[in-house]
Design a protein around this ligand. Sequence first.
Ligand SMILES: [Zn+2]
Length: 232
Amino acid sequence: MYFGNYGLYILISIPALILGLYAQAKVQGAFRKYSQVQISNGLTGAQVARKVLDANNLQNVRIEPIRGSFSDHYDPRKRILRLSQPVYGRSSIAAAGVAAHEAGHAIQHKKHYGPLALRSLMVPSVQIGSWLGPIVFMIGFFMASDQLALIGLALFAGTALFAIVTIPVELDASKRAKQVLHSTGLVHGSELQGVDKVLDAAALTYVAGAVQALSTLLYYGMLFFGGRRRRS
Ligand SMILES: [Zn+2]
């Protein structure tokens, strides 16, 4: 019975949850710390992003401010780089790192970087699968319909796969960001270490996201196959 498996769920999900909270705290801490450190070139995040984009012949990519914090992203459909307020208008090590990272996604897009293309392709199905998958699975599970439960499981597996594909995309964007910040001389020696700290902490949140998605998938999988065993 499903409710009897709460212990199992807790056992599987707690380590992933702790990793997620740890990663969140780490990225917020690193961002806060390096937001206080002024960058020697005096450029704002938006100006850094502009320089990184222009250095890669991406003059056609626009840069816009966006509300909230940690809402920074690159929109491949509209070719717009959106930077949050603490990044867009501030000249700090953290702002430069995040701005260059987002510009890294635009470079990936231009260079037809495979995992980014795959990730973009998965977005519509994941948007549906992430909420529909668990519902379909639970209905199938309670109705003892293997087919329905499997469909739910497959929908949710897509979400987990998406979270896994996200990891190389994010790591690669950060790698490109560090390279271009270094090669263009936008960031100097010890400043680059600060950029590393912020971007590495951000990368950990994506790893945690994948671990969480996988642990939930594992739980559903164990429920499904465990339930089948009992019935047969
Ligand atoms: Zn990113």
